[in-house]
Design a protein around this ligand. Structure first.
Ligand SMILES: [Zn+2]
Length: 488
């Protein structure tokens, strides 16, 4: 549709349109019908295309694979539901007293002031009438968000509590989990979500959760929306911690920033993967980095891996997963290792402060990180994001005329070793002295050791005993060829 006349700066236009959406009978991961009385609705209204100063109008359509590039807007939405259905949506409910039954209203008001989780709907009360009689119009408002989604259910359970997300101002958010009673893991989700939001607000990125609510809805798969998450049930507590924290991390990237996920999914999924690592380790009691390393090692440097700067809309399947999730998450992790946790946090906070709501592109991020690091990091970003470089380090003896090169302290048992960066990707270097199942870290340098495209370094280490050997790297550092990391 074209306007009759061009729209000039500072002039408004009001568009009115009618449309309808068919809810898929067989639900897809991100929206649809999950039972005769459960729905999650997303991608349901006409979206305005984004106009930016880099590419003009964004004319890429949604193809079900890569995600979005959205404008920010204020939403004022009334959703009319049949009797008994509760609606949870992006934003804040404006009319609880008009739609909830007395019983639900009482618990809801309690949850809005309670640090403890309030069981608003339980197994025992799920069949009670939870709304006013007849149809009910739930009125939600959300300010300055890039999307709006909602869930509806007749007999879901609902746990909720409120927490201070900004300790300086005392600003609070209402955090809910709504779920099928058969979903065993979801009984923990209201609590996991609270802990995750606290972590994001106070640790990494250490920016107060920016919205007044978060509802994790038990649908299918794992998909983020502003203030809403649609998650399937997970088999273990650890995987539920992983999924919940990943989806909530998306609050910052892409939503708060307004990232162009159509082109730069690594600025979205890469962050949602990396930011909660520490949280997942502490709360989920597992190593999320090692867990993903196997998948990365299997495909890195092979046909299906492309540099993450290839526009995400061109990618699918494992190629998309590698470029959007695995590789950038490691790039951010090893950048944090180079900068140190505090400096990295400070840079992230600055990046968020400067670029929130302004649709940052990759260079905006690269530049801020360089300035906080104090040196141009182009060599690092080029290798990780633009080049076909891959993770492959090799450990060998430094040889002179075919003989092992002895270190300076000739005679007291020191050898010279070479670490070769065959794949050219800047990785941290860790060398362990190993014996049986025991290993001790004897050498460590962050990825900055490969600065400016250096491809080999020399290291002096004690000559190992007969039963000991040196091992380069570990389960937290990718490597497509691990056999050449061990020197026996
Ligand atoms: Zn994600």
């Amino acid at each position: 549709m074209k306007l009759d006349a061009p729209l000039n700066t500072g002039v408004n236009v009001t568009l009115e349109m009618n449309w309808e959406v068919k809810i898929p009978e067989i639900s897809r991961v991100r929206m649809g019908k999950y039972s005769d009385s459960t729905l999650f609705i997303a991608y349901w209204y006409p979206q305005m295309s984004v106009y930016d100063d880099l590419q003009g109008w964004d004319e890429q359509n949604f193809t079900m694979n890569q995600e979005f590039y959205n404008n920010f807007g204020d939403f004022d939405v009334k959703i009319t539901a049949p009797e008994g259905f509760l609606i949870w949506a992006t934003g804040e409910l404006q009319n609880p007293a008009e739609v909830y039954s007395e019983e639900i209203l009482k618990s809801f008001e309690k949850a809005k002031t309670s640090n403890e989780i309030v069981k608003i709907v339980t197994k025992e009360t799920k069949n009670n009438l939870k709304t006013k009689k007849g149809k009910n119009a739930f009125h939600y408002r959300a300010k300055y968000v890039p999307d709006f989604a909602f869930g509806a259910a007749l007999d879901y359970l609902w746990d909720a509590s409120t927490m201070v997300v900004d300790v300086k101002t005392g600003r609070k958010a209402l955090i809910s989990a709504v779920y099928n009673e058969k979903s065993e893991d979801f009984y923990q989700v209201a609590d996991i979500s609270r802990q995750a939001i606290k972590y994001f607000s106070e640790d990494l990125p250490g920016v107060p959760y920016p919205y007044p609510s978060m509802t994790v809805f038990n649908g299918q798969g794992g998909m983020e929306f502003p203030m809403m998450v649609n998650d399937g049930s997970e088999p273990t507590y650890a995987s539920m911690v992983g999924l919940t924290s990943h989806e909530i991390a998306h609050t910052y990237f892409p939503f708060f920033m307004g990232t162009n996920e159509v082109k730069y999914a690594f600025m979205d999924e890469g962050w949602a993967r990396m930011i909660p690592y520490k949280f997942q380790k502490e709360v989920g009691k597992y190593n999320p980095i090692a867990t993903q390393m196997k998948a990365y090692d299997e495909r890195a440097g092979r046909e299906f891996e492309v540099p993450p700067m290839v526009p995400s809309i061109q990618l699918e399947g494992p190629t998309y997963r590698m470029a959007a999730y695995n590789r950038p998450a490691l790039a951010y992790l090893f950048l944090q290792d180079m900068m140190g946790e505090d400096k990295f946090r400070e840079a992230m906070q600055n990046y968020i402060e400067v670029w929130k709501g302004k649709h940052p592109n990759p260079f905006d991020f690269f530049n801020i990180m360089s300035s906080f690091y104090g040196e141009d990091l182009s060599w690092y970003f080029k290798s990780w994001f633009f080049n076909w470089d891959y993770p492959d380090l090799k450990l060998s003896y430094s040889l002179i005329d075919g003989e092992k090169a002895k270190g300076k302290k000739e005679g007291i048992g020191e050898d010279e070793y070479v670490i070769e960066n065959k794949g050219r990707l800047p990785l941290p270097v860790k060398i362990y002295l190993a014996e049986g199942t025991f290993k001790k870290l004897v050498y460590y340098k962050p990825a900055s050791i490969w600065k400016d495209g250096k491809t080999s370094i020399k290291v002096k280490l004690e000559t190992p005993g007969e039963m000991t050997w040196y091992q380069l790297g570990d389960e937290n550092i990718p490597d497509v060829n691990r056999p050449d990391n061990v020197l026996k």
